[in-house]
Design a protein around this ligand. Structure first.
Ligand SMILES: C[S@@+](CC[C@H](N)C(=O)[O-])C[C@H]1O[C@@H](n2cnc3c(N)ncnc32)[C@H](O)[C@@H]1O
Length: 316
């Protein structure tokens, strides 16, 4: 009889299948302490804990945090894992001491499959879903409030910037027209407005794009990431690695530009005669191109299709 193969718990949770797991494990190999800024179902964290690393996990969603703590209870009891409720853009509010630094920091952006599949959370465009989309209690408004109150011009700008929607102005006008008759309350209201503007041939990819744009606004995702990037960089130990998986072109652009700037020895505008900036590179980009999931992974986990992984290493 062949020996029983143990399957690490990271690979068996139904909550969320971790994306680009082997690549993350390989990039963070040298680290002994990890900050997982987007703990979610704890999939990446579980794999890193199984490699003997110490992990601090943060999530702004109390339900995600509770579920990950249950899964990782043995590691928490052993003092190898701790979970903090909060936003990675405000680490000290989440209870992280200013002096704490890490050999590896991970961000796996967006929402988990579990959050998405839970109709009551309102991330999905499935029939009857409430227009909520808040990841945690720290969002100032939910999706219904946003869609029912936002100014038409701002809504159009939001749809263009976050959803790349060419008919953003028409869609914004249609939403404002419809909400004046009856406030938006469920996913169906938004889907009907999209269909009315994009036509009967519009479908899931269009709904997904627009819903993702609204979610990004509700959770202040892009501005939060932009604020957080330099703060997270400064939480790295010398030689520490920051690894970020994005699922939206706006997120990936922010990460790419930040890594490029931090890796340049001079960031002065070209017109300046003499260098007036810090004059040294802060570190190096480890991924010259974004890493994507291969065919085998995307076949098993369609969510991995849009994933783009970039990593940066702090200098000594
Ligand atoms: C894609 S999931 C992470 C999945 C996780 N890597 C795993 O393998 O199970 C993203 C998680 O990050 C959380 N999140 C997103 N933005 C956040 C933020 N600004 N601060 C803290 N948590 C955040 C979400 O609530 C969600 O649980």
């Amino acid at each position: 009889m062949s020996p029983v193969r143990t399957i690490p718990s990271a690979r068996v949770s139904a909550y969320h299948v971790p994306v680009l797991l082997a690549e993350i494990e390989s990039l963070l190999t040298g680290a002994t302490t990890i900050l997982d800024c987007t703990l979610g179902g704890g999939g990446h964290t579980a794999a890193l804990l199984e490699r003997g690393m110490r992990v601090t996990g943060i999530d702004r969603d109390p339900r995600a945090l509770a579920s990950a703590r249950e899964r990782l209870a043995d590691f928490e009891r052993a003092g190898q894992f701790r979970a903090l409720l909060g936003n990675y853009a405000a680490l000290s509010d989440a209870g992280l001491a200013y002096a704490e630094h890490f050999g590896g920091i991970l961000l796996d952006l967006g929402v988990s499959s579990h959050q998405f599949d839970d109709l009551s959370r309102g991330f999905t465009f499935r029939e009857g879903a409430p227009l909520d989309m808040r990841m945690g209690d720290d969002s100032e408004f939910d999706a219904a409030e946003l869609l029912n109150t936002i100014d038409e011009v701002d809504l159009s700008a939001l749809l263009r910037a976050y959803a790349d929607e060419p008919r953003a102005a028409r869609l914004a006008r249609e939403i404002v027209r419809r909400r004046s008759r009856r406030p938006f309350a469920t996913a169906d209201d938004l889907v009907d407005a999209i269909r009315a503007v994009l036509g009967p041939r519009s479908g899931a990819p269009d709904f997904a794009r627009v819903f993702q744009a609204v979610r990004i606004a509700v959770n202040d995702e892009l501005a939060g990431l932009e604020r957080a990037l330099p703060l997270l960089r400064d939480r790295l130990e010398p030689n520490g690695v920051l690894a970020i998986i994005s699922y939206h072109s706006g997120e990936d652009r922010l990460v790419k530009n930040a890594f490029r700037d931090w890796s340049a020895s001079c960031i002065c505008p070209p017109k300046l005669m003499m260098c007036a900036c810090r004059g040294v590179a802060l570190g190096e980009t480890l991924t010259k191109r974004p890493v994507s999931a291969g065919d085998v992974e995307t076949e098993g986990n369609p969510r991995a299709r849009s994933a783009r992984l970039r990593a940066w290493k702090r200098a000594v």
